[in-house]
Design a protein around this ligand. Structure first.
Ligand SMILES: NC(=O)c1ccc[n+]([C@@H]2O[C@H](COP(=O)([O-])OP(=O)(O)OC[C@H]3O[C@@H](n4cnc5c(N)ncnc54)[C@H](OP(=O)(O)O)[C@@H]3O)[C@@H](O)[C@H]2O)c1
Length: 294
């Protein structure tokens, strides 16, 4: 029989996880969140009979407790539940933060529970989006040996793809997720700002760049890195890179440091791809360095 599950924190991830686990045959003991009205709605969505604004009301008697409150309240929420004897001995207590390790759940460990994290490596804007995107997404887990078999099975039942990491390396793993997701937004913004300096409106510019971004992602998917790298640095086109820097110096000087920094990283990728000689790579590095000549 599947374990019983309580959800504490009924936002996007908590409600979606509850709904998916309930669909997979887990029995929901109840849901709790700060606002009773939110808890009532979440219970209806998940198909849970009990809802509360008091976490230990629903965590007591549960085999598994998800603490899906915002990152900065997970530790204190866990501690409050522990202080109210809200964890069963051997219960599995889980949070879903990508940045924080299972060690922040140590107050549950002190009550005889085992702890873990289950991080869906995905970005969700809404509960419905999370319900449709968790299946097929990588779900990264770490935690106590006693907790991992249950969590591995849960990932399978959620339709996720299992990825395991250690608690010590979780921060680096999260930095990678930030680079892949958040910095893609930052890079797109850099491109929009350069187009703005070129006189293009944001609206047109975004529409024009989106097929290029999608095409590049597809190219990365097909060819991998560094083979997917194209453009002036991959070609060793020193004259074009010089012209970019000169144009930016004139019309968008504030964007130069980021452009130079990304360019230097890209020279290494072009070297790894094997399309530029060491001599050309050295010329590009001299040009792109913070005080490089143009
Ligand atoms: N969203 C994503 O894309 C995503 C992806 C992967 C992992 N995660 C992780 O998933 C976890 C939850 O994120 P989320 O996006 O679902 O957050 P969210 O939508 O903001 O939901 C958080 C919920 O926690 C409740 N809450 C806040 N403080 C509480 C407290 N002290 N006690 C009980 N409930 C409390 C809120 O209650 P009220 O509604 O009553 O205010 C809200 O329902 C986080 O650890 C996050 O890092 C999120």
């Amino acid at each position: 029989m599947k374990p019983t599950v309580a959800i504490v924190g009924c936002g996007t991830v908590g409600t979606a996880t509850g709904k998916l686990l309930s669909r997979a045959g887990y029995r929901m003991t109840g849901v709790a969140t700060r606002s009773l009205e939110t808890a009532r709605r979440a219970a209806k969505t998940i198909g849970a009979n009990r809802f509360s604004d008091c976490p230990w009301d629903v965590s007591r008697g549960s085999d598994v407790v998800f603490i899906t409150t915002p990152d900065d309240t997970i530790q204190s929420t866990c501690k409050t539940i522990a202080e109210h004897q809200g964890f069963e001995k051997n219960a599995v207590v889980i949070h879903c933060s990508g940045a924080l390790s299972s060690d922040i759940l140590s107050s549950a460990r002190d009550c005889g529970a085992v702890v873990a994290t289950l991080h869906p490596l995905q970005s969700f804007a809404s509960i419905d989006e999370a319900v449709s995107l968790v299946p097929g997404s990588y779900c990264t887990i770490e935690g106590d040996q006693g907790a991992l078999p249950v969590v591995r099975q849960m990932v399978k039942d959620l339709g996720g793809i299992l990825l395991e990491i250690t608690a010590e390396k979780k921060t680096l793993y999260h930095a990678a997720a930030v680079a892949a997701s958040n910095y893609l937004v930052t890079l797109t913004h850099l491109a929009l700002e350069l187009n703005k300096a070129a006189g293009l409106s944001n609206d047109i510019s975004f529409k024009a760049l989106l097929p290029l971004i999608r095409g590049t992602l597809s190219n990365i998917g097909v060819n991998g890195i560094p083979d997917a790298l194209t453009g002036p640095i991959a070609r060793g086109d020193v004259a074009t890179v010089t012209a970019h820097l000169q144009a930016m110096e004139k019309d968008a000087p504030g964007l130069l440091p980021l452009y130079r920094c990304l360019g230097l990283y890209t020279v290494d990728l072009a070297k790894a791809k094997g399309t530029i000689s060491t001599k050309v790579a050295d010329q590009l590095v001299a040009l792109l360095e913070p005080q490089g000549g143009m």
